[in-house]
Design a protein around this ligand. Structure first.
Ligand code: PBG
Length: 339
């Protein structure tokens, strides 16, 4: 029954409280919205290739293309104009430059370093993030060095990652993002940055990075997928674990990370919330390639409205506590948000 018999409202609950009053009009919805999404929340990952005016489609990521450096510079201008604060650059290293030990990662003239310099020169006001991990450079597709019997060598890998981070910092990269999940790499990289005149370079650690099937399209994009032998479960986290994410995050912050990341995104919103609450540190979510593919391909198949699904998925990260999101939708989302 609505109300009480004599007309005096019952205390508490309905009808004193009608939550739909707060949803009735756009202006009141805007007024009471708890989370907001803006272009400033977004980091846009770009895949870079050799050549000039070259674009290549990525079959598992319809709508995303690998870009030669000159086109990446043009994309950086677009990002800046849309208010996107930062790009993440991933190289598709030519096959002949991939080796068991990934030496190309340490070449100051490698693709990603050239892209960083070109973008920094043309668009100095945009931030640039680079992965620290060997998978775009190794002939076996792993993030680290392999022993003869096929194990990933932690400490030996960390030594190479230090050198890779320094090469990226020298090129002008603003944020180095260790995505390799070796133990101790954040502290080692922080020490090397401090000791080599790069004390202001930020570290965003892929702190809680899970061994996920959702990275499949990324591996196609950087060309490591076909090369990968085995899986990454001896270094990336077990999707069964949540407490362990908090231990990873605490260690990385203690070792000198400025920001932490949870990856993948939507299937791990519980981890994102826990990390943000426990650490209070700037916390980022990576809406990874497989998540992009799920939304984009389903929308192209007519399952739902692409733009709405895209914005809803991104807002969910903000609600769960993310300070920002790495997303292949960054440009399209920023366009919609600033329209
Ligand atoms: C490499 C790296 C991966 C991603 C970012 N950096 C893949 C992997 O660890 O295998 C995944 C990003 C995505 O799927 O969009 N260390």
């Amino acid at each position: 029954m609505i109300g009480s018999k004599n007309g005096s409202p019952a205390t508490g609950g309905f009808p004193q409280t009608r939550l739909r009053r707060l949803r009735r009009t756009p202006w009141v919805r805007a007024l009471v919205a708890e989370s907001r999404l803006a272009p400033a929340d977004l980091i846009w990952p770009l895949f870079v290739i050799e050549g000039k005016s070259e674009k290549e489609p990525i079959s598992s990521m319809p709508g995303v293309e690998r870009l030669s450096v000159d086109l990446a510079v043009a994309a950086a201008r677009e990002a800046r104009d849309l208010g996107i604060p930062c790009l993440a650059l991933f190289p598709n290293t030519p096959r002949e430059r991939r080796t068991p030990r990934g030496e190309e990662a340490l070449n100051p003239e490698n693709l990603v370093c050239r892209a960083v310099r070109a973008i920094k020169e043309a668009v100095p006001e945009i931030g640039i993030l680079c992965d620290v991990a060997l998978d775009p450079y190794t002939s076996h597709g792993h993030d680290g060095l392999l022993s003869e019997d096929g194990r990933i060598l932690n400490d030996e890998t960390v030594e190479v990652l230090i050198a890779q981070a320094l090469v990226e910092a020298e090129a002008g990269c603003d944020i180095v993002a260790p995505s390799d999940m070796m133990d101790g790499r954040v502290g080692a990289i922080r020490g090397a940055l401090e000791g080599n005149g790069h004390k202001d370079v930020l570290i965003m650690s892929y702190a809680a990075k899970y061994a996920s099937a959702f990275y499949g399209p990324f591996r196609e994009a950087v060309g490591s997928g076909g090369l990968l032998k085995g899986d990454k479960r001896t270094y990336q986290m077990d999707p069964a674990n949540g407490d362990e994410a908090l231990r990873e995050v605490a260690l990385d912050l203690a070792e000198g990370a400025d920001m932490v990341m949870v990856k993948p995104g939507l299937p791990y919103l519980d981890i994102l919330r826990r990390v943000k609450e426990a650490s209070g540190a700037p916390t980022f979510a990576y809406q990874v390639s497989g998540e992009y593919a799920m939304i984009e391909i389903a929308a192209r198949a007519g399952a739902f409205d692409r733009d709405k699904a895209m914005l809803e998925s991104l807002l969910a990260f903000k609600r769960a506590g993310a300070d920002g999101i790495l997303t292949y939708f960054a440009r399209d989302a920023a366009r919609l948000l600033s329209a």
